[in-house]
Design a protein around this ligand. Structure first.
Ligand code: C2E
Ligand code: MG
Ligand code: MG
Length: 427
C-alpha cells in the first residue's frame, strides 16, 4: 500500500517534470514571450517528515501547494516537480517583478500550518532564473534556477537568490571537487593533523584537537572548511568520520605507549549524529577493543546540532556522555549561544570562537564578552577553551579572565602526528 503511494508520487512528479519541460519549450519558442522561473525548495522539510511522519508531510505539501495556487494569475504554470520542490513559471523576465513574486511566495508560507496537534512553521529557499541571460533552453534555465536556489540555502534559507554566471563557475568547481572527494578516502589522501591545547596557567600541553587535511593530488592541501560541507551533503562524511575516529584511536595508543597522556578532541559533524545508521553507536566498543578509555576523548559539536534536534540525536548524545566521552561546544558565541542547549547537552567544555579572541586586545566589547562567557561557563560548572590565540597579549588577557585552556598559533599550529610526538618529547 505504502509502496504504491510512493510509486504513484514518483510517477506524478515525473509527469509534472515532463509537462514543465513541454510548457517551457513552448514559451521559449514564442519569440514575443519572456520566461522567468522561480524554483522553490522547502527548508528542513525532511525534519518534518522524520518527526511527524509521511502522512503529515503530505498534508503540509498539499497546504503549500494550495497557497501557491493563489498566485496562479501571475504565473503561466505552477508545478510540483520533486519531493518538496515547486516551480513557478512566469512570462516576465523583469528582475523587480520576479523579486516581488518571490517575496509574495515567502509571505504566503509564513502563517503556521496545522498538522494534527502541531502548529508547523515552514519557509522556503527560492532560486530565480530568466531569459535571455541565464539560458535559452528549459534544461539551462532549470539548472540555473537550481544553482541559485542552492545559493539561497547557503545564505541562511527563507530567502531568494538570482542566478549569476559566477554561480555556474562555482557549481562547476564544486562538482569537480566532489568527483575527487569520492575517491579521496580509498586513495588515502586524508591525513589527521593535531593542534596542541595548553593549560593557560603554565602552557603545558594537556590536550590536542584532531583536524583533518586533504592532500589533493593536484590542488595540494584543501581546507576542511571547503570539503567538509560537501562531504556532509553527500553523506561521504560517514566514511571520513570513521577514518578520523580510527586514526585518532591509533594516535592515542601511540601516545599512551610513549607515556604522553593527552585528551584528544575530535570534530563530529551533525550529519553523523542525525543519520539513521551511525557508526557513533560503535565507538565505545571500538576503542575498548583498542585498550583505550572514553575519558581520553572529547567530542566537539556545534550548536547547529541542537536546533531541531531529532530524538535520536539527543539519544546518541546522551549515550555518548553516559559512556564517558567528554563534550565540547565548538565555535561558541557564533550561533545562538543558548544556555538551554548547554544544559540539555551535558557539556564539559565550551570553545570560545577565534572571532572574539581576535579582538580582545583592541576592543573592550570583545574582552567583556570573553570575560562574560568564561564567568557564565564556570558558574555552570564548565571549563573554557579559547581558540585562535595568536599573541602573548591575547594569552595574558585570557589568563587574567580565568580561561582554563588555550589553543592557537601562539602555542603551536596543527601538525602531523610525528611532529606532535617530537614536541611532547621535548616538553
Ligand atoms: P574548528 O573545529 O573550530 O577548528 C579550529 C580551526 O581554527 C582549525 O582550522 C585551526 O587550524 C584553526 N586555528 C587554530 N588556531 C588558530 C590561530 O591561532 N589562528 C588561525 N588563523 N587559525 C587557527 P581548520 O583545521 O582549517 O578547520 C576548520 C574547520 O573545519 C574546523 O573548525 C572544523 O569545524 C572543521 N574540521 C576540521 N577538521 C575536521 C574533522 O576532522 N571533522 C569534521 N567534521 N570537521 C572538521
Ligand atoms: Mg573544533
Ligand atoms: Mg572552533
Amino acid at each position: 500500500m505504502i509502496w504504491h503511494q510512493a510509486h504513484f508520487d514518483q510517477l506524478t512528479e515525473l509527469a509534472n517534470r515532463i509537462e514543465l519541460k513541454r510548457h517551457l519549450k513552448c514559451q521559449l519558442e514564442d519569440e514575443f514571450t519572456n520566461v522567468g522561473i522561480l524554483l522553490l525548495d522547502l527548508d528542513h522539510f525532511k525534519d518534518i517528515n522524520d518527526t511527524l511522519g509521511h502522512y503529515y508531510g503530505d498534508q503540509l505539501l498539499t497546504e503549500v501547494a494550495s497557497r501557491l495556487v493563489s498566485l496562479q494569475s501571475e504565473c503561466s504554470l505552477i508545478s510540483r516537480i520533486g519531493g518538496d520542490e515547486f516551480v513557478l513559471v512566469t512570462t516576465s523576465n523583469n528582475s523587480k517583478q520576479l523579486s516581488k513574486l518571490a517575496d509574495k511566495v515567502l509571505s504566503l508560507l509564513k502563517p503556521s500550518i496545522s498538522l494534527g496537534q502541531e502548529q508547523c512553521h515552514i519557509s522556503a529557499s527560492i532560486g530565480i532564473a530568466h531569459t535571455p541571460n541565464d539560458g535559452d533552453t528549459s534544461e539551462l534555465l532549470l539548472k540555473a534556477a537550481d544553482q541559485a536556489m542552492y545559493q539561497a540555502k547557503q545564505h541562511g534559507r527563507n530567502g531568494f537568490a538570482f542566478f549569476s554566471a559566477h554561480m555556474r563557475e562555482q557549481a562547476e568547481h564544486r562538482m569537480a571537487l566532489l568527483k575527487d572527494l569520492r575517491v579521496a578516502l580509498t586513495q588515502q589522501q586524508f591525513i589527521l593533523y593535531y593542534q596542541p591545547i595548553v593549560a593557560m596557567k603554565d602552557q603545558s600541553i594537556v590536550k590536542a584537537e584532531a583536524l583533518i587535511r586533504w592532500r589533493h593530488p593536484e590542488k595540494g592541501i584543501v581546507s576542511p572548511a571547503l570539503f567538509i560541507p560537501l562531504a556532509e551533503e553527500t553523506q561521504l562524511i560517514h566514511g571520513i568520520g570513521e577514518f578520523i575516529f580510527s586514526t585518532a584511536c591509533d594516535t592515542l595508543r601511540t601516545l599512551n605507549q610513549l607515556d604522553h597522556h593527552l585528551q584528544l578532541s575530535i570534530n563530529v559533524s551533525p550529519v553523523q549524529f542525525t543519520a539513521k545508521h551511525s557508526a557513533l553507536n560503535d565507538w565505545h566498543q571500538q576503542l575498548t577493543g583498542k585498550g583505550l578509555t572514553t575519558e581520553q576523548f572529547v567530542i566537539e559539536i556545534t550548536e547547529g546540532l541542537m536546533m531541531n534536534a531529532l530524538p535520536r540525536t539527543q539519544q546518541r548524545l546522551a549515550t555518548l556522555t553516559k559512556q564517558g566521552f567528554a563534550l565540547a561546544l565548538d565555535d561558541f558565541g557564533t550561533g545562538y549561544s543558548s544556555l538551554a542547549y548547554l544544559k540539555q547537552m551535558d557539556t564539559d567544555f565550551i570553545k570560545i570562537d577565534k572571532r572574539f579572541v581576535d579582538g580582545i586586545a583592541n576592543n573592550a566589547d570583545d574582552l567583556a564578552l570573553c570575560e562574560a562567557m568564561i564567568m557564565m561557563a564556570h558558574q555552570l560548572g564548565l571549563k573554557v577553551i579559547a581558540e585562535g590565540i595568536e599573541t602573548a597579549t591575547q594569552h595574558q588577557l585570557l589568563l587574567q579572565a580565568g580561561c582554563d585552556f588555550g589553543q592557537g598559533f601562539y602555542y603551536a599550529k596543527p601538525m602531523p602526528k610525528d611532529e606532535l610526538i617530537k614536541l611532547l618529547n621535548k616538553s
